[in-house]
Write a protein that binds this ligand. Structure first.
Ligand code: GCB
Length: 887
């Protein structure tokens, strides 16, 4: 049945191709997949693949691996198979498979024959297969992919804070052409390269390089024709060149030319033209090959005095980095998902995208062209440059593939090749110089950049430093002051210090970001609390720093989207939480804050995305919260439940206000009258009465996060921090203190509440990551009655020393965190009676595993419940408690 369908598909394709010179059929459907190595390669037609999984491309075999603990994802071989037929008329055609990206290495077989391999998961390539096909019959395609770690020392990426998903994670096409064609085998690119060489008063100068192959059995006189068409299909420029092509030619030619009255490509007006290229038979005028590509007329240059110039106009780059990753889909995104990311970036007000840390799908480059965003595209050379020739040679090929494949996109203005090479050595410098040379020789019309990590600069001492900071046009700095170290408050001075590493170069904030869990909100944000408020506070000074300094060419926020990354220990396990939007593309507060700063489209927003329900401990029916409005107008009017309450003036696009929430639903509106826009947020206030009678626990219970001072966390419950009871006489905790991660092992420098580890059997990590260590008692006065107390624990300290370090631990110098030195055993008594004896959580549940225990108890006649944690050995601790009334 499947074959029949394919047949129809290919017959249809053929019907078109009888007239066309080139046909491209999408080859994403009907693949079979097997994860793992196979002793006998499944090449033969009769190989039994009946148990293989049916898959559709794009596909990765790691989409589910990264989601759940325990840490680790499959890195190894996998196989894909697909049957297909090709019509007999294709016997004299060039038939190729075009892969947009297969990670990380692959071998391709057709009908039991080895076709070839490709190394590098992020660039396109073609494999010609016409010599191996059975025309008019079924053909068997088999592809082995491999994302093993042992590939690492021969090709980028060696390391990096991203998962190296394996599989055919981008589109595949079957392409047929005549045997005289624009050379797709020249670095997997189009074969026709358009380079802007000058632009003045709407007159453009450019160069076109044409690469072709002649595989006909005889010589052929042809005409190469290039035409540039405007958006109305009017030809605005053309040229034709006669050539006698010889059988077996692999050749190229170039032309320099000019066009008048062109409309430039810019961020505001991304005017695109079509470059139509044809190879025409001189004898009968038939078109032998034809391709159409989008191009744009624009120039790029840079100077210390003016910064980056686009079409001779200064442009401050402001935008986001992006990873090719989507919620539980790994790296296998649809074209639509790729495009949407760029629409989101544009809507944010970005004029720039850092395509990190590897070339992305062609859709990203196309979207940047049409939406008007300039980009920095880079090869995945991250953290390490291993010694040896293979790595250098493979980096060279990757660099050329990236450049040639994206040559014609006006949006690309920077080629990048290093991201945070930690270890400084002679070979890293030579590698950088080699990449720079390739960029400038292959494409002198663009700029180059490297990104350095602010804290590793000291590794580049003396001559190494002098050399490396003078290689590329722009030195990017990835800066995390106020996240991995120190504070964001001194960012201006810090940027000055970075500038001093390369006084004669332009610099850029190539990364800066703070993590925010979409579920956490805090009125008193602090470093590493993953609250949405802290993310905004962090970004604010970064967006403002050195705006007037021309040598500071731009700002690229890390990162547009949260991304799943194995072994990452943020608030959502295995997710880097620095995105402005979540892995499933829900905007966080910070998204709107940046939009208020960058977008020209009038906007207003009331922060508090995780705050749909507020639970408050109060005597009355109201509760005051501090919220912020962001907007790009001067002032906003506030309304609460339809009543006007105040008019506020925005400062750096933001203003804080107090709102007295009323029990039940609250509608809060912010209106920018001048710009005719507004925003509405609804918050439900649930009150928990606390008075001389005690705390009136709601029937559904009350969940308290014991280890957090001020984080409201919306997990399986709405968790209140213990501080919600700060002024409440009915609630007290005695003994011990909230555990803080120490900075660089110095206990005097306490920063983050809790630990940097994932909790293996719960999604409520932010609750379990925090705890009160050494707790002795928790006393509450409630309404008299019977209650269920649910206790929540996760033993926080590991035994083993050589466990893998988290990003934060590496950066913070924590080394292996706190290691358990003794057993921690305690008794739990309620109102004096022993309820749990000799509780050893580490032994009972394991380390970093959630454990819940329920105890039913009765208040004493005055409503008191006194819980005693009685250490038998070591310390007692508590992460959370839920109190539920029982009838
Ligand atoms: C960096 C890296 C980036 C990481 C980021 C982070 O400096 O370049 O790949 O994801 O920091 O979040 O730690």
């Amino acid at each position: 049945m499947r074959t029949l369908f394919l047949n129809i598909l290919l017959t249809l394709a053929l019907a078109v191709s009888a007239f066309a010179q080139q046909e491209k059929v999408n080859f994403n459907a009907d693949w079979l997949f097997h994860k793992g190595s196979l002793k006998d390669a499944p090449l033969k037609h009769d190989f039994d693949d009946s148990k293989w999984e049916k898959v559709h491309l794009p596909h990765t075999y790691n989409d589910q691996d990264i989601i759940d603990d325990p840490i680790g994802y499959y890195r190894g071989e996998a196989w894909y198979r697909k049957k297909f037929e090709v019509p007999t008329d294709w016997r004299h055609k060039k038939v190729s498979l075009n892969f947009e990206g297969v990670a990380i290495k692959c071998e391709i077989y057709v009908n039991d024959h080895y076709v070839g391999e490709h190394l590098g998961g992020y660039t396109s390539f073609y494999k010609d297969i016409e010599g191996l096909l059975n025309f008019g019959e079924e053909n068997q395609l088999a592809i082995k992919t491999d994302n093993s770690e042992n590939l690492q020392f021969t090709a980028p990426p060696v390391g990096g804070d991203f998962s190296m998903f394996g599989g055919i994670h981008r589109n595949v096409f079957l392409v047929t052409k005549n045997k005289l064609y624009f050379d797709h085998n020249f670095y997997g690119a189009s074969g026709v390269f358009f380079q802007n060489t000058g632009l003045k008063n709407n007159k453009a100068q450019f160069k076109i390089s044409t690469h072709y192959r002649q595989e006909l059995p005889f010589d052929r006189q042809v005409l190469f024709r290039h035409q540039i068409l405007d958006k109305n299909q009017k030809v605005i420029w053309k040229t034709s060149v006669d050539k006698l092509t010889h059988s077996g030619d692999i050749s190229h030619w170039e032309i320099d030319s000019k066009a008048n009255n062109i409309q430039t490509w810019s961020v505001e007006k991304p005017n695109l033209y079509t470059l139509k290229s044809q190879i025409i038979d001189a004898k009968d005028n038939k078109v032998i090959d034809e391709i159409e590509q989008k191009i744009g007329f624009r120039t790029v240059s840079i100077s210390q005095q003016k910064g980056v110039l686009l079409n001779d106009e200064p442009i401050k780059l402001q935008g986001v980095a992006r990873h090719q990753q989507y919620h539980h889909q790994g790296s296998a995104l649809t074209d639509d998902q790729h495009q949407k990311d760029m629409l989101i970036a544009k809507d944010l007000g970005s004029n720039f995208v850092r395509i990190s840390h590897y070339p992305h799908s062609p859709e990203i480059y196309k979207a940047c062209d049409s939406l008007g965003m300039v980009s920095w595209s880079e090869i995945p050379c991250v953290n390490w440059v291993p010694f040896g020739q293979p790595f250098l040679d493979n980096s060279r090929t990757m660099m050329r593939e990236m450049i040639y494949q994206n040559y014609n996109h006006p949006s690309v203005i920077i080629w990048g090749y290093h991201n945070e090479i930690w270890q400084a050595h002679e070979e890293a410098v030579l590698h950088a110089k080699a990449m720079e040379q390739i960029s400038k020789q292959t494409d002198p019309s663009r700029l180059t950049a490297m990104a350095f990590q602010g804290t590793f600069l000291k590794n580049y001492k003396g001559k190494l430093g002098e050399e490396i900071f003078n290689v590329s046009d722009i030195n990017g700095f990835n800066v995390y002051q106020g996240w991995y170290q120190d504070t964001y408050k001194t960012i201006d001075a810090y940027m000055d210090s970075l500038k001093s590493y390369s006084p004669n170069k332009c610099i850029m904030l190539s990364e800066f970001g703070a993590g925010a869990d979409p579920r956490i909100w805090s009125a008193k944000p602090s470093i590493h609390d993953f609250s949405n408020r802290y993310q905004v506070d962090f970004l604010k000074p970064y967006l403002a720093t050195h705006q007037e300094s021309p040598w500071m060419v731009g700002y690229s926020i890390w990162i547009l989207n949260d991304f799943e990354r194995d072994s990452r220990k943020d608030a959502v396990p295995n997710v880097n939480n620095k995105g402005l939007i979540s892995t499933d593309r829900q905007p966080k507060d910070a998204y709107y804050f940046v939009q208020a700063n960058w977008s020209k489209k009038p906007m207003v927003y009331i922060e508090g995305a995780p705050m749909d329900t507020v639970v408050a401990v109060t005597e009355g029916n109201t509760f005051t919260v501090k919220l912020h409005v962001y907007g790009n107008g001067d002032k906003v009017k506030l309304r609460h439940n339809k009543e006007s309450i105040s008019e506020l003036v925005l400062k750096q696009r933001e203003v804080e206000f107090d709102i007295d929430l009323q029990k039940g639903w609250n509608k809060i509106e912010a209106i920018d009258v001048q710009n005719n826009c507004g925003y509405e947020r609804k918050i439900f206030l649930k009150t928990v009465k606390s008075n001389t009678q005690g705390i009136e626990i709601p029937t559904e219970g009350l969940a308290i996060n014991i280890g957090q001072t001020d984080r409201y966390f919306k997990g399986n419950e709405r968790w209140l921090p213990a501080s919600a009871f700060a002024d409440d006489h009915n609630f007290e905790i005695l003994g011990g203190e909230i555990y803080h991660q120490a900075y660089k092992g110095n206990p005097a420098l306490r920063v983050r509440e809790g630990i940097f580890d994932n909790i293996f059997n719960s999604d409520d990590d932010p609750m379990y990551q925090t705890f009160r260590w050494g707790v002795e008692a928790l006393n509450m006065k409630l309404k008299t009655g019977k209650y269920k107390l649910t206790f929540y624990w996760a033993y926080p300290f590991k035994d083993q020393k050589n466990r893998p370090l988290s990003q934060a631990e590496i950066a913070w110098g924590e080394q292996d965190g706190k290691v358990a030195t003794s057993e921690d055993i305690f008794n739990l008594r309620i109102n004096g009676s022993l309820e749990i004896s000799k509780l050893n959580i580490k032994k009972e549940a394991g380390v970093l595993k959630a454990l819940e225990k329920e105890v039913i108890c009765q208040t004493d006649k005055n409503g008191y419940i006194g819980i005693q944690f009685e250490a038998v050995h070591g310390q007692a601790f508590l992460n959370g408690i839920k109190i539920t009334p029982m009838g």
